[in-house]
Design a protein around this ligand. Structure first.
Ligand code: SAM
Length: 398
């Protein structure tokens, strides 16, 4: 079947209609005429596979990645970096417009570097090879290298043969100095060659969830703020972009403010904010992250920051509301409905919402906009060449 791609959907797939039926076409660009076969047929839509590009978009370039057509991790590797930013912006504009949310004009902050930015990777290991699962499947794609990963991680993967395990999974996290912590899950008997420990700055190794070598954390230095990062705790994956977000976030709070940092992790925002505001109160579910955050206050000589362990939706109801200014950085699922209700009922004055999922951001904004106005909106290319973005949206009560 021959079709012409109308535009992108919210996941960066080509979208078109055939006899009023919606077709999603991964790796097809708007304006392209393509020959397709139907891969999946659902009640409301079909997913097509591009067999041949009949009319190519001027925006199309050759991907930098040899696994481009099987891995599926990158969506915008088939356009230039500049065009990827333009497309991401268009997709967001479209999403907000469709949901009748009026946005102020906004910019998108480019990543630097655009490749080799990720400080964490989760890999599958099959028959002695490492790789990713194809998107939305368990089909294994062996790789030798991933262009998005930090050079420290790539160098370690070059020595994968020194790991001696054949099946399972491998997580690698690395800090600014190149110190790594590895998490191996496998039923195999693992032998790690001592050359691996000599050649690389391996700080710690977890085997099936148990620390078997070194430390369970490393220290990350971001602009002379020191963070203890336990292996199991979240930490921002793109150092350059997360620093840009931090700078912008800091500008929304004044020195007399007490700030609630909800979903605070190890205090990536709480700690530097505490240097410039009156006090910070963090809430976080992961106990190890909170222990890290408490240690981070100490490491940075701060006494005006405190942390609570628990779900934001539960802790908020139990502690005194000593501030009307909040920062929220929830996981992809967005805010719990009761957190949104809490903000509305307690007349929170200002919400700085950091979101890694525009879909749940839009869902939450639709409720919040009954009492709030968007006073700032910006997009950050935290995950270059993938379909993902990070947004910061500031809401003031109106
Ligand atoms: C996107 S991360 C942000 C962490 C932190 N703001 C940072 O920049 O490093 C989201 C955090 O929310 C935590 N989390 C998830 N659900 C939660 C909940 N219901 N209540 C509190 N924290 C939660 C996760 O453990 C994770 O640390």
């Amino acid at each position: 079947m021959e079709v012409k791609v109308e535009k992108f959907d919210y996941e960066g797939r080509g979208l078109t209609h055939v006899d009023k039926e919606v077709f999603f076409l991964p790796r097809a660009l708007p304006g392209e005429r393509v020959e397709i076969s139907v891969l999946k047929s659902k009640r409301n839509f079909k997913v097509g596979k591009v067999l041949k590009i009949l009319d190519k978009s001027d925006a199309r370039v050759l991907s930098f990645c040899p696994y481009a057509n099987s891995c599926g991790g990158c969506t915008f590797d088939i356009v230039s970096y500049e065009n990827s930013l333009k497309f991401k912006k268009e997709i967001l504009k479209d999403l907000f417009l469709k949901n009748k949310i009026l946005l102020p004009s906004f910019s998108i902050e480019p990543s630097r570097p655009v490749l080799e930015y990720r400080n964490k990777v989760s890999l599958h290991v099959c028959d002695g090879k490492f790789g990713y699962y194809e998107e939305k499947s368990h089909s294994f794609v062996p790789i030798l290298k991933c262009a998005l990963l930090s050079q420290f991680i790539s160098r370690l993967l070059d020595d994968f043969s020194l790991f001696f395990f054949s099946n399972g999974s491998l997580i690698i996290r690395v800090n600014d100095k190149g110190e790594c912590i590895l998490g191996i899950d496998t039923k195999d008997e693992v032998k790690i060659h001592k050359t691996l420990l000599e050649k690389h700055l391996i700080k710690g190794i977890f085997l099936n969830g148990k620390l078997v070598y070194g430390n369970s954390y490393f220290i990350e230095n971001r602009n002379n703020i020191f963070y203890k990062v336990p292996f199991d705790a979240f930490f921002q994956v793109n150092p350059y972009i997360s620093q840009k977000i931090l700078m912008d976030v800091k500008s929304f709070f004044q020195k007399e403010d007490t700030v609630f940092d909800l979903y605070c992790g190890v205090g990536f925002f709480s700690i530097p904010l505490a240097l410039s505001v009156k006090s910070v109160i963090g809430i976080e579910l992961n106990q190890k992250a909170v222990l890290g955050a408490i240690e981070n206050a100490r490491l940075n000589n701060l006494s005006n920051v405190s942390f609570h362990v628990g779900k934001v939706e539960e802790v908020l109801k139990k502690i005194p509301l000593s501030s009307k200014k909040v920062l929220v950085d929830p996981p992809r699922s967005g805010l719990h409905q009761s957190v949104v209700s809490f903000f509305l009922e307690h007349s929170i004055e200002q919400i700085v919402y950091i979101s890694c999922n525009p879909i749940t951001l839009v869902r939450d904004l639709k409720l919040l906009l009954s009492n709030y106005c968007i006073t700032f909106f910006k997009v950050y290319d935290m995950f270059s060449f993938t379909k993902h973005v990070e947004c910061v949206c500031v809401l003031n009560r109106c």
